[in-house]
Ligand binder design. Structure first.
Ligand SMILES: *Cc1c(COP(=O)(O)O)cnc(C)c1O
Length: 438
């Protein structure tokens, strides 16, 4: 790695140069586009992000689970650099090229299930989820879509409707797309009963029977670990039961693995953890090292049902993004990033659990692989504590540790380090966090 793998603070965070740029941003960009930490980036790689003032920050965010292989990862740089000099766009629907097909072949082979599959490529996670619903509706001739509490699926009209949380994603942007129904999620920490998997599943089935009719449901769309909702791993058994119910009722089971995919959770895809085989899987974020790309992979008979020309888009599967995706898949395999993600979890979880013992504001430590979170509460209760979260985040940022928040109640600190992060930076980041809590 060409960037020194060290935390280095030479000014306050943000420094004067970043603050100048922030003032320009505020004049040029609408305030609806938020900023987690206003340091303006000049370089990034491995486990660090460098800013315009010369500070080097430890990256616990990966640009929201995107740079799993690291920023400007060597194989990505090499393949994209070669491609950009050859051709940058033809539109795959006008004149195709090999790399698009190669990405699809690889996703067909690597995603869960050994059935015959097809993949097509789009630009964003939201676009992938929208297209999964289009395919499911077309193939089943049904309209209803069932989603879950705490779910996040994007910001377009349909995916806003699929998303659970009002602020900031939906407020003022309605009316929303119809035929979307929400079921409870088996959220172990906050489930009132003793058997979250069984009880939440029973409630979902009852909701479907009473309000929709199973024969009218085109798709069930679920994140195998809810991302923006607060890294909620549904109670074990919930996902397999849902998948089985879908199979028995002719419903397309769609796994939104936009955030969980590409080795993030210690499996290549999070569904593998319980052996769940989705009918359609949506991927994006970690797929191409930061180049805009997303994919819809599904059973051949569903995907091939749609008439020619019914799917697509101008940029979907751009050749630079496809080369980047091939480089990402090669990197995951050759550097065994699935094992790296597990190792990151093995380092983080015990240290975070030790912090939980010391700091009663930490209500729960959870997650798999390198998708880890802590939920903050009022000590001795489960009442969400977003105020402490904001204070901890502020202190981490000031010390040069980039962390992200999440959660329906705005009280979850989430950690998504690049899978190539050196262990000394991971440990240093955890020490900064511990100091912030004390
Ligand atoms: C980020 C995300 C999306 C939306 O992806 P975009 O690329 O931002 O459109 C959809 N689903 C999940 C689970 C996500 O984390």
């Amino acid at each position: 790695m060409s960037i020194p793998q060290e935390r280095r603070l030479v000014t306050a965070v943000p420094g004067p140069r970043s603050l100048e740029l922030l003032a320009r941003k505020q004049r040029a960009v609408p305030s609806g586009i938020g900023t987690t930490l206003p340091v303006f980036v000049t370089r990034a790689g491995g486990g660090v992000v460098e800013d315009a003032d010369g500070n080097s920050l430890i990256d616990f965010g990966s640009g929201i689970a995107v740079t799993n292989v690291g920023n400007a990862a060597p194989r990505v740089v090499e393949r994209v650099t070669k491609q950009v000099a050859d051709f940058t766009h033809t539109c795959f629907m006008v004149t195709p090229y090999e790399s698009y097909v190669s990405v699809c072949e690889k996703l067909n082979a690597l995603t869960p299930g050994d059935h015959d599959k097809r993949t097509f490529l789009v630009n964003s996670g939201a676009e992938a989820v929208e297209n999964a619903v289009k395919v499911a509706r077309y193939a089943t001739g049904r309209q209803a879509v069932v989603v879950f509490d705490h779910g996040y699926h994007g910001r377009t009209l349909l995916t806003m409707a699929l998303t659970a949380k009002n602020m900031p994603y939906k407020q003022g942007f309605g009316p929303f797309a119809p035929e979307v129904y929400r079921a409870p999620l088996a959220y172990p920490y906050r489930w009132p009963g003793a058997n979250p998997a069984e009880e939440a599943f029973a409630q979902a089935v009852e909701m479907i029977d009473k309000q929709i009719g199973a024969q009218n449901v085109a798709a069930v769309v679920i994140e195998p670990i809810a991302g923006e909702g607060g890294f909620i791993e549904p109670a074990k058994g919930f996902l397999p039961k849902l998948a089985e119910y879908c199979r028995a009722n002719g419903i397309v089971f769609v796994a939104d693995e936009v955030q969980t995919g590409f080795a993030r959770t210690g499996d290549l895809f999070a569904c593998e953890d319980e052996g769940v085989v989705p009918d359609i899987i949506c991927t994006a974020k970690g797929i191409a090292g930061g180049l805009p790309l997303a994919a819809v992979t599904g059973r051949a008979e569903l995907m091939d049902a749609v008439h020619p020309g019914g799917l697509g888009g101008t940029y979907g599967g751009n050749p630079l993004a496809c080369e980047a995706a091939l480089a990402v898949l090669e990197t995951i395999e050759q550097e065994d990033l699935v094992a790296r993600a597990r190792r990151i979890g093995e380092i983080m979880l015990p240290r975070l659990r030790a912090m939980q013992e010391r700091f009663p504001v930490i209500g729960e430590v959870r997650g798999r692989g390198a998708m880890i979170a802590i939920e903050l509460v009022e000590p001795g209760t489960k009442t969400p504590n977003p105020a402490v979260l904001q204070e901890v985040v502020k202190r981490c940022h000031a010390e040069g540790l980039l962390v992200l928040t999440a959660g329906t109640y705005g009280n979850v600190l989430r950690f998504l380090p690049p899978l190539v992060m050196p262990e000394h930076l991971l440990e240093e980041g955890l020490s900064i966090l511990e100091k912030a809590f004390s």
